[in-house]
Design a protein around this ligand. Structure first.
Ligand code: ADP
Length: 246
């Protein structure tokens, strides 16, 4: 872990990576990067690098996991052992099981699973490089991968965290801010602003939470625009053009 910086917010009000309090890190998205998946997405957000593959709706194994009235949604978040500064221990951990559960729940209100009874929709998340905010980054990437797979959804899910750093409420914490800040508050929401994930680590006053929510709404709006632009670009491209590229 890097040493604690003397200050996380400089005298001119900027964060150590040059961002203002209400700015998200730069985001880059590639869609359809895995040929064996039904839908996929590679996303970079700041120094986070994340790959998501979506498979399904497909037959459920084991069969006893089937549900007669709906598809089961399965979300698996995994950190590559080389994704962090100190080697992350391979295999499931309490943290990855928790993140998988809350992320699946973040999608349940939008995925129209009832259209595909007895099947499974699998979302596999691989964190290749982690720099704080991997669960939110993975949700943003999963939204795109689900759309790429053609899974019917009521809308996209977007996700972003706010936190408290040097006593200030800021959007989208980086690693130093996450390590040495006072609070981290990841949120996910639907296009209509319905909250589908909300977690809190640290202490915040009701006023700070209100202020943080204003920032998160702004962040999610920006992310939604990026997601929509990527999807529009892919699905508005004439078929002949995509075929000639293959
Ligand atoms: P998130 O990545 O969603 O912010 P956390 O707040 O749990 O989730 O983790 C913050 C950051 O701490 C991660 O993005 C990663 O950089 C680092 N981290 C998390 N788990 C581990 C681990 N097992 N080993 C090393 N670093 C980790």
């Amino acid at each position: 872990m890097s040493d604690k910086p003397e200050k996380l917010i400089t005298d001119d009000g900027l964060r150590l990576d040059g961002r203002h309090a209400d700015e998200i890190r730069p985001m880059k998205i590639e869609i359809g990067v895995l040929s064996r998946a039904d839908g996929s997405c590679y996303l970079e957000w700041g120094r986070n690098k994340i790959l998501v593959g979506v498979f399904g709706p497909r037959e459920v194994h084991p069969r006893r996991s089937q549900r007669a009235d709906t598809a089961v949604i399965r979300y698996k978040y995994n950190m590559a052992s080389f994704s962090t500064e100190d080697r992350a221990r391979p295999g499931p951990s309490r943290r990855s099981i928790e993140i998988s559960k809350v992320s699946r729940e973040a999608f349940e209100p939008v995925i129209m699973a009832e259209l595909f009874p007895k099947t499974a929709i699998d979302i596999f998340v691989e964190i290749l490089q982690a720099d704080a905010g991997t669960r939110t980054a993975a949700i943003n990437a999963s939204s795109i991968a689900l759309a790429d797979a053609g899974i019917p959804m009521k809308g996209l899910v977007t996700s972003c965290a706010f936190g408290k750093v040097d006593g200030q409420i800021v959007l989208d914490l980086n690693k130093d801010e996450d390590n040495y800040g006072e609070a981290d508050f990841p949120v996910a929401m639907t296009q209509d602003g319905e909250i589908t994930l909300l977690q809190m680590d640290g202490n915040l006053t009701p006023d700070e939470i209100r202020k943080g929510f204003e920032l998160v709404k702004k962040g999610c709006k920006e992310i939604l625009e990026i997601q929509q632009a990527v999807l529009r670009k892919k699905f508005e491209t004439p078929v002949e053009e995509t075929e000639s590229e293959a």
